[in-house]
Design a protein around this ligand. Structure first.
Ligand code: OAD
Length: 272
């Protein structure tokens, strides 16, 4: 049965030409990627937010790489779920109908792209890219382990034996500079072009669909009130209310893998 809220949201989409999607870790949860703030967010005794910082890197780059190596291993075999697939299929139909869609994600797992989404802005970078600290080159890299030294390392258990990794264990660029994960860490600025594109999309969209984000990390979370102030109809899909919930037009409570297809499948309707 289609609820009145779903019908109202689909009616708003029927009037729209520009749609924006803002996604967070919750969209990948059903693929088996742990979220940041939910259960499973800890690695040993640290939360992701302790290690995803420039300070942690300055203190112990070997430990930060061990953490990312673990995350890369966890993400290496995961597959897009019905939410990613419904968003990609919707983009194809929507753009074929001459409309615009911008998908702005905070996720670094690459699952939207793997599902076939095209117009994706990765606000927080990509776990499958590395950046050279000497020459600045950004390159794709799917090596797991990231270097031979990390073979068998990375256990998430709190009592896992801690191994020290030295400069000789770190991944290196062809120029011999040290490589770091090409992700945005806490306290680092987002890519200026990415952020500008996301702000433009939020200001111009007719409908914003917010999927699986706790809406507490800025500037991404600020895109939600920005879209609303700019006149968009805003809908949120989450398992629970978030700080953004009071400012949205529709809150759909449920798993993204079920709710996103229900909202988007078969839209836009064929007119011929
Ligand atoms: P969080 O882990 O903070 O929040 C995930 C959200 O998804 C929560 O609100 C959950 O209730 C919701 N959720 C979980 N499973 C879901 C499901 N199956 N369907 C729908 N919703 C579900 O993740 P983000 O909001 O993405 O930044 O976190 C934002 C940023 O903080 C991340 O990009 C990362 C992190 O620290 C950086 O690394 C810079």
């Amino acid at each position: 049965m289609v609820s009145a809220a779903i019908a109202a949201f689909r009616a708003a989409l029927g009037e729209a030409t520009r749609v924006m999607v803002l996604s967070g870790a919750g969209v990948s949860a059903e693929s088996g990627v742990p979220t940041f703030r939910g259960a499973g967010g800890l690695w040993r005794r640290w939360s992701a937010t302790d290690l995803a910082t420039p300070e942690a890197w300055a203190r112990d780059p070997g430990l930060v790489w061990e953490f990312y190596d673990y995350r890369r291993r966890r993400m290496a075999d995961v597959q897009p779920n019905p939410a990613h697939r419904a968003l990609a299929a919707f983009e194809e139909r929507w753009t074929a109908a001459g409309h615009q869609l911008a998908l702005v994600t905070q996720n670094i797992d690459g699952l939207h792209e793997l599902a076939g989404s095209r117009n994706v802005t990765r606000l927080h970078g990509s776990i499958w890219h590395v950046r050279c600290l000497r020459c600045g080159a950004v390159t794709p890299n799917r090596d797991v382990p990231i270097t031979a030294a990390y073979e068998g390392a990375g256990s998430p258990e709190p009592d896992a034996p801690s191994r020290r990794f030295g400069p000789e264990d770190l991944p290196r660029c062809a120029c011999s500079g040290v490589l770091r994960p090409h992700v945005v860490w806490f306290g680092e600025p987002l890519g200026a072009e990415d952020l500008e594109g996301a702000v433009r999309a939020a200001e111009r969209c007719d409908v914003l669909l917010v999927v699986g984000t706790s809406a507490v990390v800025y500037p991404a979370a600020g895109l939600i009130p920005l879209a609303r102030r700019s006149g968009a109809v805003v809908a949120e899909i989450n398992l629970e209310p978030t700080p953004a919930t009071r400012d949205v037009d529709h809150h759909f409570c449920g798993p993204a893998g079920a709710v996103v297809p229900e909202l988007l499948d078969d839209l836009p309707k064929r007119t011929t």
